[in-house]
Design a protein around this ligand. Structure first.
Ligand SMILES: [Mn+2]
Length: 323
């Protein structure tokens, strides 16, 4: 836990222009927090710009401020750079070097590996999400929580706890969501847009990916794979795979689950890992050059899907045996 909230408040109050960035391959917490902070700073009469290396996934494009998010920016042109939800600065993507060269960086995050790379850091690994931490910061700041901002923060907490199904569903997370709904967060719209609605392509892709289910280690390890051909066949995007890994994870008796996706270069595989108890999948991901949380982590590895699958299953098997 690194708590330099006072320093963060001082920077937020004294600066007049802000670049707000988060990690590539953005998820709900990342976009929710980015947009919420950008809107809150704008509401205080400051200049604030939201940046992400990648496009906003379709299920988040309806959020307030999503249309104004940019994909190119010069950090040096801003008084302060706010980095949200990044366990390490290289998660920012192409702006990493220029952000690290900036003298005034604010780092707000809930990843255990975050060592505090900013001038002012607020890193709380036990928090449900960066959005929950940001909610606390905005309250301290006295920023006005409009329904648009409240919806962004609520969505961040709701998605990072996986609809309050994950172990990070703390009393603080529920309390923050209660306050955010009271402030006008559109909780029903969030549920509908993020977890209920789907597309025909996504459902067809799911049928294909589910057919690759492989169970190992007497039912303790389960995982699925997706090739570029699968994505093309159903005209689907990588973001359509979001949450698919929860299906193998849901099997009774499974302790570690994975989803592997072939990347466009054909020689790299992206892996998402989940665990149901104390199996530390962040540790497994780290041996493959990745990282994350104890129960949710990811990595990128060179090789074919079959090669990476065999290697990963062996590593998970050892992690399960060590428990
Ligand atoms: Mn997060």
């Amino acid at each position: 836990m690194i708590d330099q909230r006072n320093e963060i408040l001082a920077l937020l109050n004294s600066g007049s222009s802000f670049l707000v960035v988060s990690h590539e391959n953005p998820d709900g917490d990342c976009i929710g927090a980015t947009l919420a902070l950008t809107l809150a700073l704008q509401g205080m009469g400051k200049r604030a710009v939201a940046f992400n290396d990648d496009f906003v996934p379709h299920y988040l494009r309806w959020l307030a401020g999503a249309d104004e998010l940019v994909h190119t920016a010069d950090p040096a042109a801003f008084d302060v750079v706010c980095v949200l939800d990044c366990g390490a600065p290289d998660r920012i993507g192409k702006l990493t070097e220029r952000v690290l060269a900036h003298p005034r960086v604010i780092d707000i995050d809930h990843h255990g590996a975050n060592e505090g790379f900013g001038l002012a850091n607020y890193v709380a690994p036990t928090a449900s999400s960066t959005s929950e931490l940001l909610h606390g910061v905005l309250k301290f700041l006295g920023a006005e929580l409009t329904p648009g901002i409240a919806t962004c923060l609520y969505l961040g907490i709701y998605t990072d706890t996986n609809m309050f199904k994950n172990a990070n569903s703390t009393p603080e997370a529920y309390q923050a969501c209660g306050e955010l709904v009271a402030a006008g967060a559109e909780s029903m719209t969030v549920a509908k847009r993020v977890y209920i609605e789907t597309t025909a392509e996504r459902l067809q892709l799911m049928a294909r990916v589910l057919s690759t289910l492989q169970i190992d280690d007497d039912g303790r390890i389960a995982g699925m794979v997706c090739t570029q051909r699968d994505l093309h066949e159903f005209n689907a995007k990588p973001e359509d795979l979001e949450t698919f890994v929860e299906h193998p994870r849901a099997i009774i008796g499974v302790r570690a689950a994975y989803l592997l996706r072939e990347l466009e270069d054909g020689v790299t595989v992206k892996g998402s890992l989940r665990s149901n108890d104390d199996i530390d999948v962040a540790e497994v991901a780290a041996t493959l050059g990745g990282g994350g949380h104890v129960r949710a982590a990811g990595f990128r590895a060179k090789g074919t899907i079959a090669e990476v699958r065999a290697l990963l299953v062996e590593k998970l098997r050892r992690a399960v045996a060590d428990q």
